[in-house]
Ligand binder design. Sequence first.
Ligand code: AKB
Length: 326
Amino acid sequence: MTEKMKKILVTGAVGQIGSELTLALRERYGAENVVATGRKTKPSKELLDSGPFHFIDVANPDSVEEMVQKYNIDSIIHMAAILSAVGEKNPQLCWDVNMNGLYNILELALKHKMTRLIIPSSIAVFGPGTPLDNTPQETVLKPTTMYGVTKVAGELLCDYYVQRFGLDVRGLRYPGIISAETLPGGGTTDYAVEIYYKAVEQKRYTCFVKEDTKLPMMYMPDCIKATIDLGEADFSKLKHHSDFNLGAMSFTVGELAASIKKYIPEFEVDYEPDFRQAIADSWPNSIDDSAAREEWGWQPSYDLDTMTQDMLEKLTARHRQGKLYG
Ligand code: AKB
């Protein structure tokens, strides 16, 4: 039987996924059993009030180990990362945080004989030579971004620790994640979140990729469900470990705008592609996630229209209270 996670450390807990994941984990595992950490960004009041929070730097192993010892941590969910767009502006920082940070986490997990690590990967592992449609689980991994390079190397490193040391490490290739709580920080898929905020605020959005750009996406409740479900899966049934393809929906920016227009008919989008267009063009249109479905029962719940309805309800309610951005 797979052992349960008892004392969980979340790195990157102030980020887009980390902030909502931490709250979901606190509900499930008990608030005092989920230690949230961030590097610089101020945590929300909800995150601070709902359980322990500390500032650490994953590139400095001592700062992580202090938390591991203080709270008797047995599992780490390592969300701290520099994403694709910021990574292209500062590739050295991207390498340092994503690779040295990951290495530090893996080594600490070995040293403290941890039960489990969950280490996210991304569709950024793909690149030229990868089939664009229904991208297979096993395929060409030749990314053109530093973020993608660190994610491919990270997957390989995690699988090495599984095979060589018997460490329980699991990971998912997240698509673009769309959410209404915390804004994403520095990714290429950020347009798919910004568009909803601007639709509610200004009925207009200038998109930094072209109208026909199509990428795999997922709504936050599905992302949280996937992360927790993989974390609780029976390790002995997993054939893959750190590199599960994960899909939910795929759409072009034009299709996304049309979905929003069903609720806000006057909404308009114009297009001014920048350097992020090339990154988006190097990633798949859609993902074959049959390994995740077969090995641990992955099944998404939201499609484009159900997500749009929920996003617009949440953001419109906040906008009416003058608190769109929190
Ligand atoms: C990014 O755009 O960099 C991220 C990702 C797909 O990993 N959202």
